[in-house]
Design a protein around this ligand. Structure first.
Ligand code: KIV
Ligand code: ZN
Length: 515
């Protein structure tokens, strides 16, 4: 039995949110945090409180909503960041402050314009300041993967002396190779004299597709915390995928000298929740959580699996939460059944009015689609959260005409800043026509960067979930919409993205800006 604990630190709500277009509202963050708690992750990095008032409130809300899991807030090695993080984390039953400063020659010289000794002084000061709020302090030497080893050892020794309880080694730009990164962790643990006073953690980015490999190599060399995200979401090519790290450690207990405490059956539901909220679809062949991850297409494989599952499967689909779609509700289900099923899914409403709105949507959906699955309910609730009171645009009606040999056209009625307006346009297909009709009213000057449709459940009566990514002046947003009619789902997603562009909320980025 491998008794050593591998701490799982989830940063979907912080580094994951740094994916262009993946920003989440406070309530969405709380829903994801509760799903992570249900999965029993050890630490949730809920955000970067100094970034904006919205980020501060989201960290505060997660801190208040989660009781079993440690909630962490990110702070640069600056007094104002640390104080803001400490303030946001006040409601938490267990809190951690994660402070960082860059240590690679290129970052110190070009970004910070600081001498190495100044960096050490500031790192030590930051850790001491964070101790005013909690004893649970994590320090990261940013871009450690490209830092000089002697300097890294000095910084780490100094921050542990100052009170850091976790030392996180980030491969910020995803440059390392697994054997190198493992070696780095082993060397640091061996050479830093007080290394036994802190947990060594790793935080790997996926620029070369090596984030999970590097994290696992670090674990084999002594790291006992891995920072990761659901579906590998994160800055640029993303972070190490939680599901891959956790299932590798669990499946290869013959190799790994440690275990996680996770309830792995929550992995697929959590993956779906995150992709539904962010609009980042999971590729079908993605390990563990992709739709094809346990599907055997070839006759030889199917035959083998039927005779003995182990011939081609190294994990059981149900161990990661894949279960056959279950019919949970239908046309005749009442408000109580609806409320109870949502409660089972840990979905709560702030007010009776919100519940009523969701129930009305449920009834509308049940009229079109007789069997309502858990996935439909999740999407329905996400949909309810997509419309804000102060939305400038609302989709009132859409009519499309598409016929073989004819140019499709669409007529759209929108609520534009309190006034109903209508327009029509032709397009290369019904979706194109609908978007053009909306644009004729809005004139948004945005560029459509991505359009994707996924079915929420199987069957032709399934709801289509559409993601639309728009870009304007370097600002990127994702919009989502779901409906059994994919043209309507597309129009809803487009309107949702336009509302986000219009509400544009400025946020500071943790790795840019002043120190
Ligand atoms: O990638 C990185 O270096 C980070 C730090 C803030 C830990 O996200
Ligand atoms: Zn990162």
């Amino acid at each position: 039995m491998n008794d050593d604990k591998l701490i799982i630190f989830d940063t979907t709500l912080r580094d994951g949110e740094q994916s262009p277009g993946a920003s989440m509202t406070r309530d969405e963050k709380v829903r994801i945090a509760k799903a992570l708690e249900r999965m029993r992750v050890d630490v949730i990095e809920a955000g970067f409180p100094i970034a904006s008032q919205g980020d501060f409130e989201a960290v505060q809300a997660v801190a208040g909503a989660v009781t079993e899991t440690t909630v962490c807030g990110l702070a640069r090695a600056l007094d104002k960041d640390i104080d803001r993080a400490g303030e946001a984390l006040k409601p938490a039953a267990s809190s951690r402050i994660h402070t960082f400063i860059a240590t690679s020659p290129i970052h110190m010289k070009m970004k910070l314009r600081m001498e190495p000794d100044q960096v050490i002084t500031q790192a030590v000061h930051a850790v001491k300041r964070a101790r005013n709020f909690t004893d649970n302090i994590e320090f990261s030497p940013e871009d450690a993967g490209r830092s000089e080893i002697d300097f890294l050892c000095r910084v780490i020794e100094a921050v542990i002396d100052a009170g850091a309880t976790t030392v996180n080694i980030p491969d910020t730009v995803g440059y390392n190779l697994p054997h190198q990164f493992g070696e780095l962790i082993r060397t640091l643990i061996e050479r830093v004299p007080n290394s036994d006073k802190a947990v060594f953690s790793v935080h790997c980015h996926n620029d070369l597709g090596l984030a999970v490999g590097n994290s696992l190599s670090a674990v084999l060399n002594g790291a006992r915390q891995v920072e990761c995200t659901i579906n590998g979401l994160g800055e640029r090519a993303g972070n190490a995928a939680l599901e891959e790290v956790v299932m590798t450690v669990q499946t290869r207990q013959d190799v790994f000298p440690c275990r996680t405490g996770l309830d792995t059956t929550q992995i697929v539901p959590c993956s779906r929740l995150v992709s539904g909220i962010t609009g980042f679809a999971v590729q079908p062949n993605k390990a563990i959580v992709g739709a094809n991850a346990f599907a055997h297409e070839s006759g030889i494989h199917q035959d083998g699996v039927l005779k003995s599952r182990e011939t081609y499967e190294i994990m059981r689909a149900q161990d990661v939460g894949w279960s056959a779609n279950r019919i949970v509700l239908g046309k005749h289900s009442g408000r109580n059944a609806f409320r109870t099923r949502l409660k089972d899914l840990d979905i709560e409403f702030e007010s009776e009015e919100d519940l009523n709105k969701a129930f009305t949507r449920f009834k509308d959906l049940a009229d079109k689609k007789h069997e309502i699955f858990d996935e439909d309910l999740q999407s329905l609730v996400t949909e309810s959260g997509l419309e804000a009171e102060n939305d400038w645009l609302k989709l009132v009606a859409l009519r499309v005409c598409s016929e073989t040999g004819e140019v499709p056209d669409a007529t759209v009625t929108l609520w534009v800043d309190g006034e109903e307006q209508q327009s029509a346009a032709a397009g290369s297909g019904p979706v194109d026509a609908a978007f053009k009709a909306i644009e004729a009213l809005v004139n948004s000057h945005t560029e459509l960067q991505l359009y994707s449709v996924n079915n929420i459940t199987s069957g032709t009566d399934s709801q289509g979930e559409v993601t639309v990514r728009l870009q304007r002046d370097g600002h990127i947003v994702n919009g989502q919409g779901a409906d059994t009619d994919i043209v309507i789902a597309s129009a809803k997603a487009y309107v949702n993205a336009l509302n986000k562009i219009i509400r544009r909320e400025e946020r500071a980025h943790p790795q840019l800006g002043d120190v």
